[in-house]
Write a protein that binds this ligand. Structure first.
Ligand code: ADP
Ligand code: ZN
Ligand code: ZN
Length: 726
């Protein structure tokens, strides 16, 4: 009799499974975690198959250490999802699975305890027995505690005695206590009466329960998209299903979490994101796997949550670039979600005020059903958008007199203003006006950014830190200034102009932790601040009722950027930031400072006409042969010297040229825009095709050949399928 063999996916960069002997393995162990010896140590993997023979001779196979049966196995559809990602993103399956698991499940730790839903009570028999028991015996203490408290959870009983768990089965058998499992209440709290368009949207999606049907829900901020999600979740729960709600950044959306839990007070809501404590994350994941969680709300990684009763998927702010992972497996959680909805035969709703052009094109082509919410749910005007022509004005630290006067008006009326800038590219660097020296990072093709608060210079790419020098290191000039308009610099300028105003700067640093961020939001809501200076962070998902003015600085750079997606991002950001203003009774105004006031992008923005903008962009992309009309993949390499990276890509290019059918275009390798990062030189090679299957087939074959190449030891490469960054 041969011992069964298990084929295991391990977290190693090799595109294959590993075989081990497992004498006690059965077919039911497929999808279970397993601890195996690997090299000198051990690893936790997941069993992909149970086999009777291996390609390797039996004497070469090592036995597993243990199959971990403390949790249900991952179901076949979950393994199928990982397998799809592995193939589509050309990433080793073992690494995909490791990425999908919470860190605690990648180790052999005891799994976290699940939330307590068992309720114990003492019975009449128990009450009679109590006086006869040995005083202070564990049984007596447990019964006495139950007599006193009425109902207790397992955890509470454990606090009475650490041996409670051992005693409970015996006590139950004697009939001295009873246990019941608290059933969740799936009842939703009342919501507002739906508007006609909302009602239609809900109805159309609800008709699609039980089959794959993708929807694009397009509506400006405040048009009631979230209300549509909540109604659909309600229906999914009523049908006994689970709902998965993906959001771009959970740290920024505590309001949404509160809204979901207020609407479904009795449902089991699990939040999953990477800043969660490990124990909580593993517990949430397990609850979902056990089918216990009703609603999973999470960031991109939660697209991999096992959901045996999945009935509905929602991707909110579906256009947001943070759904795309920019390291390791470079997956798009939105695209993976759509695939998963198809695999599981469930409807999926992609919601946005400014859909990605990919999704918009899919809706135009009829592959997605378009649902439109055309007005704000609470009768409010859209903010008025106006361009301030900066060609005729002298700017004061980047701000026009027009904008400054508008801020002064808001101050007089006791209303709030937001000065918005995209920090990308506008971070303050230290510069010497006499010799032209700027604070460059020695490791990267980037400047060190001034952080006045702790008097440090920091590289935002590699993390290098230095003290701010007192004099120019080149010429000794002591009069060196931060240059450029970072949020800190703007804050100072505004403070000088409006000494009486309370100014609050909001950037990535202020959102470092949930509690910091809560404090910031609280201050804004209470009206403890007059002028906000901020970056994208402020644009997402918050209502500021007293905010009536948004000033936008330096938007023009995006109009002429090398990245063909820059206008799409700018439009989305400006729509979003404009949506912050005037959501209460006060009408809002957005002032965009620009040298191109007649640019079609700004005109569409002023008309709140996303469709006009999107259609024009799509026409341009079609002419230029950009996505979504072509499909792309990027091979990137980094090495200590640029020529090494370029030489490697050149070899890859030659390999590809030899095997590629006519439908594939391979471009020349080029240095990246940020070509030097953390002392490594980076270059990239673009592959493009009008046919996705052709591209997929080519990539599989090409990468197999690239893996065989002898590259310099210090060289690293990766593939990015559907890249967003150039
Ligand atoms: P979005 O997600 O599109 O930004 P929300 O669903 O958050 O929009 O709705 C914006 C505001 O309007 C919220 O305060 C919400 O409670 C309210 N709202 C949504 N739908 C309705 C409705 N049908 N009747 C009244 N208020 C509504
Ligand atoms: Zn100098
Ligand atoms: Zn650096």
């Amino acid at each position: 009799m041969n011992s069964p063999i298990v084929r295991v996916a391990l977290d190693v960069p090799l595109p294959r499974g590993f075989d081990y002997l497992a004498s006690d393995a059965t077919i039911d162990d497929v999808g279970r975690r397993v601890c195996v010896p690997f090299g000198r140590g051990e690893k936790i993997g997941v069993i992909l198959e149970v086999l009777s023979t291996s390609g390797l001779p039996p004497e070469k196979l090592k036995p597993v250490r243990a199959i971990l049966r403390d949790a249900p196995p991952f179901p076949p559809d979950w393994l199928g999802l990982a397998d799809f990602c592995s193939r589509y993103y050309q990433h080793p399956l073992g690494e995909v699975i490791a990425l999908a698991l919470p860190p605690a499940m990648r180790r052999r730790d005891a799994l976290p305890r699940m939330p307590d839903r068992e309720i114990f009570r003492i019975t009449e028999d128990g009450r009679h027995a109590l006086p006869q028991l040995v005083q202070r015996s564990i049984a007596a203490r447990l019964l006495a505690a139950l007599e006193l408290n009425g109902r207790m959870t397992r955890r509470e009983l454990r606090e009475v005695s650490v041996s409670a768990a051992k005693q409970l089965p015996g006590l139950l058998e004697k009939g001295w206590l009873v246990v019941e499992v608290e059933a969740p209440s799936l009842k939703a709290a009342a919501g507002p009466d739906l508007l006609e368009e909302q009602r239609q949207a809900v109805e159309r999606v609800a008709q699609a329960f039980g089959r794959f049907s993708p929807f694009l829900l397009h509506g400006v901020t405040g048009s009631g998209k979230t209300e549509v999600y909540l109604r659909l979740i309600e229906q999914a729960l009523e049908r006994g299903g689970q709902a998965l709600l993906l959001v771009p950044e959970i740290a920024l959306t505590p309001q949404l979490e509160a809204r979901v839990s207020n609407r479904f007070p009795g449902a089991r809501l699990v939040s999953l994101h990477s800043s969660l404590a490990e124990g909580a994350r593993a517990a949430g994941f397990l609850q979902a796997l056990n089918g216990e969680a009703d609603i999973v709300l999470g960031t991109r990684l939660s697209v991999f949550t096992p959901l045996p009763r999945l009935a509905l998927m929602v991707v909110d702010e579906e256009h947001d670039p943070s759904f795309k992972q920019q390291e390791g497996m470079r997956y798009s959680a939105r695209d993976v979600a759509v695939w998963r909805a198809k695999q599981r035969n469930v409807p999926i709703v992609l919601g946005s005020a400014t859909p990605s052009l990919e999704s918009w094109a899919a809706a135009q082509a009829g592959r997605y059903q378009l649902l439109e919410l055309t007005s704000r749910a609470v009768a409010e005007a859209m903010p008025e958008v106006r361009c301030v022509d900066t060609r005729r004005e002298k700017l004061q630290d980047g701000m026009s007199e027009h904008l400054l006067r508008a801020i002064a008006e808001r101050l007089e009326r006791g209303e709030q203003s937001l000065v918005f800038l995209n920090r990308r590219g506008y971070a303050p660097v230290l510069a010497c006006p006499s010799c032209g020296w700027v604070s460059r990072c020695p490791g990267c093709a980037a400047n060190l950014v001034v952080h006045l608060a702790d008097k440090r210079l920091r590289c935002h790419h590699c993390g290098r830190e230095e003290r701010i020098p007192v004099a120019c290191p080149t010429c000794g000039n002591q009069d060196i200034h931060p240059f450029g308009r970072g949020t800190q610099r703007l804050e100072e300028t505004l403070a000088a102009r409006f000494p009486q105003a309370r100014i609050l700067r909001v950037d990535r640093d202020s959102a470092k932790s949930q509690s910091c961020w809560h404090a910031v939001l609280e201050a804004i809501h209470k009206g403890e601040t007059d002028i906000l200076v901020g970056t994208q962070m402020l644009a997402k998902g918050h209502d500021f009722p007293n905010l009536t003015l948004v000033g936008v600085l330096n938007a023009d750079a995006a109009l002429f950027a090398a990245d063909f997606r820059a206008p799409e991002r700018l439009f989305a950001q400006l729509m979003q930031v404009g949506g912050r203003s005037g959501r209460a009774a006060l009408p809002g105004q957005v002032l965009v400072q620009t040298q191109y006031p007649d640019h079609p992008l700004y005109r569409a923005l002023a008309a709140h006409d996303f469709a006009a903008f999107a259609d024009a962009q799509l026409a341009e992309r079609e002419r230029a042969g950009f996505p979504p009309f072509t499909h792309q993949a990027m091979l990137r390499a980094e090495a200590p010297e640029l020529k090494q990276a370029l030489a490697f890509l050149k070899t890859a290019w030659e390999l590809g040229g030899g095997m590629s059918p006519g439908e594939i275009s391979l471009y020349d390798a080029v240095p990246m825009r940020l070509h030097r990062l953390a002392h490594l030189e980076r270059a990239q090679l673009l592959v493009e095709s009008r046919s996705r299957p052709a591209l997929q087939g080519f990539l599989t074959q090409w990468l197999a050949a690239i893996r065989e190449l002898k590259a310099p030891r210090a060289l690293r490469w990766h593939i990015d399928v559907d890249p967003l960054e150039f």
